[in-house]
Design a protein around this ligand. Structure first.
Ligand code: CO8
Length: 239
């Protein structure tokens, strides 16, 4: 994101641009892993309040802006959010759309919408409740307080905390490791984990088995097992 003067406040055209870029990366054979990052001092301080002030219930309904957010959730490649500084409101929701969150030690997380007389709307209440439970979610959402990176890690909101100056380096280092993994397996693991969040355990397990079987149609499965037998490193092609 590239609006550092307003701490990458997210306006509607930005959401559309982010979605276009994500879809392009998702289809590109050159791209294996996607990293979301905010230029300047912060990841993103939420939706653009100036823009939102001009909205009313009807205009919001007609714009159907959350359809873009639904589409973001369908990206199949691994997405990592590398966050720093303020990660607030819609910015936090965008980070929560990612599969993993790497946070600089100076990150501050929060849903300050309540202080504006509104509430999160791109999945914040729902995802937070699933993540940390009803009581803690309400405390956090009602207060609108910021959480320091350590506390966010304690509550399972982020994967790891890294020194500020190493944020990109550490994230890219991890992404490089993912790049070497078999892409189809990564994809179907993501697909299964996402499914497991939203359906019954039984249904999720049936789905898991189907995806497992499906991987036996891939060249990477043959290569992975062959390499094991030959006691060498596998060379995965993503096919
Ligand atoms: N929207 C618009 N402008 C912003 C935003 C924002 N969310 N956040 C910061 N800015 C602007 C400021 O207005 C300021 O601009 P200017 O220099 O022209 O006055 C500039 O960025 C720098 O900000 P500050 O001077 O305020 O910097 P501080 O370091 O003093 O404070 C804070 C940083 C604490 C982050 C403060 O800026 C702040 O509280 N920002 C608002 C945070 C907030 O309320 N976020 C939630 C917004 S609502 C939301 O996200 C709903 C999500 C809906 C779904 C998503 C749809 C896209």
């Amino acid at each position: 994101m590239q609006r550092p003067k307003v701490l990458n406040a997210i306006n509607q055209s930005m959401v559309a641009e982010i979605l276009t870029a994500l879809c392009e990366f998702d289809y590109s054979e050159q791209v294996k892993v996607i990293v979301l990052f905010g230029a300047g001092k912060s990841f993103a301080a939420g939706a653009d309040i100036k823009e939102m002030m001009g909205e009313n219930a009807v205009s919001m309904e007609l714009k159907n802006q959350f359809a873009d957010w639904d589409r973001i959730a369908l990206i199949k490649k691994p997405v990592i959010a590398a966050v720093h500084g303020f990660v607030l409101g819609g910015g936090f929701e965008l980070a929560l759309c990612a599969d993993m969150i790497f946070a600089a030690a100076n990150s501050k997380f929060g849903f300050p919408e309540v202080k504006l007389g509104v509430m999160p709307s791109a999945g914040g209440c729902v995802k937070l409740t699933k993540l940390i439970g009803k009581r803690k979610a309400l405390e956090f959402l009602w207060s609108g307080n910021h959480l320091e990176a350590e506390e966010a890690k304690h509550w399972g909101m982020v994967n790891r905390i890294v020194p500020n100056e190493l944020l990109m380096q550490e994230t890219i280092h991890f992404a490089e490791k993912l790049k070497k993994q078999p892409a189809l397996a990564l994809r179907l693991i993501k697909d299964t984990v996402r499914r497991a969040e939203n359906v019954t355990e039984y249904e999720a397990m049936q789905y898991e088995r189907k995806n497992f079987s499906l991987l036996f149609a891939s060249e990477d499965q043959q290569e992975g097992m062959q390499a094991f037998m030959e006691k060498r490193s596998p060379h995965f092609q993503g096919k």
